[in-house]
Ligand binder design. Structure first.
Ligand code: NAP
Length: 274
């Protein structure tokens, strides 16, 4: 299916690896021009090179112009980082058609040990940064009649995890904000805003949490991995490519009637009907 977005411009944050990279990969495959962001310049360059190689094959298969793949090495949770992304040389400035917000998640822990600064950091990274990027781009999207915001949040928004209080709190704030904005007059002007809620996906972040879990349970890394996979009805962790494919669909022409939604992608791990 042609998603109808070849030639559009996307900013994909946290895109040098993991879920962000999966999203960028799926968009490039559809001929979307991407501005990739992450803090580490080396990882970002490697990701961009991989995507440029794939862009050629995608453009040949889809029959569209070769999409540009640009990079901005910056911390997107800072005002300077966001300004750099929105003024990257050769990029579209704030005239983006698609914005995928993403950054590292806050650390786990016991809320009794978190002071005000820990909360402010979590709110900055996982609530206020997406809101600032939305603020900078949605009115221009509405003027041009097309816009897609996809926020990478977490299944913890729907099924909070006790030790992830910072994530539960900050991401729920973003979720409430997006729910309201998605139903504003932007909806009639071609702009959709949705959240993607990953369960357990096979990324470096998951590998780090597996190490920590194995240290807690006393299981070997392999056994801890198997035990966690066994608790997921799908019997495995998700693949970033699967996540990216859904992100690209949400950014498509065909998804214009989907807005204000929280889409859980967790292999059936959440046990409820709704
Ligand atoms: P990952 O594999 O560790 O990748 C994170 C990406 O974000 C990297 O490219 C990293 O590159 C970049 N990044 C981190 N902080 C950044 C910042 N301040 N500014 C710009 N880029 C930044 O993580 P992931 O598994 O893809 O997770 C992505 C998000 O989904 C996280 O918020 C995570 O909490 C959430 N999530 C993941 C899972 C899962 O199972 N994987 C489950 C639930 C929620 P640099 O370090 O070079 O900046």
């Amino acid at each position: 299916m042609d998603l109808g977005i070849a030639g559009k411009w996307a900013l994909v944050c946290g895109a040098s690896k993991g879920l962000g990279f999966g999203c960028a990969q799926a968009l490039v495959r559809e001929g979307v021009q991407v501005l990739l962001n992450a803090r580490g310049a080396d990882g970002l360059q490697q990701a961009a090179e991989q995507l440029r190689a794939q862009a050629q094959a995608g453009a040949a298969a889809g029959g569209w112009a070769l999409p540009q793949v640009l990079t901005v090495a910056a911390d997107i949770t800072t005002a300077e980082g966001r300004a750099a992304a929105l003024s990257a040389p050769g990029g579209p400035g704030a005239a983006l058609d698609i914005v995928v917000t993403n950054a590292g998640g806050p650390p786990p822990g016991d809320f009794r040990t978190w002071g005000r600064q820990a909360w402010l950091d979590a709110l900055d990274a996982n609530m206020l940064t997406p809101i600032e990027l939305i603020r900078a781009t949605v009115d221009g999207m509405a003027e041009r009649g097309y816009g897609r915001i996809v926020n990478i949040t977490s299944s913890a928004v729907k099924a909070p995890i006790d030790i992830l209080g910072l994530s539960n709190g900050a991401r729920s704030g973003l979720t409430g904000f997006v729910a309201g904005l998605a139903r504003s007059p932007l909806a009639a002007r071609g702009v959709t805003l949705n959240n993607l809620l990953p369960g357990r996906f096979d990324t470096d972040r998951l590998a780090a949490t597996l190490h920590a879990a194995a240290a807690r349970t006393g299981l070997s890394l392999q056994d801890e991995r198997a035990a966690q996979q066994a608790r997921i009805p799908a019997g495995r962790f998700g693949r970033p490519q699967e996540f990216g494919a859904l992100c690209a669909f949400l950014c498509s022409l065909q998804a214009g009637y989907i807005t204000g939604q929280n889409l859980l992608v967790d292999g059936g791990a959440y046990p409820g009907s709704f």
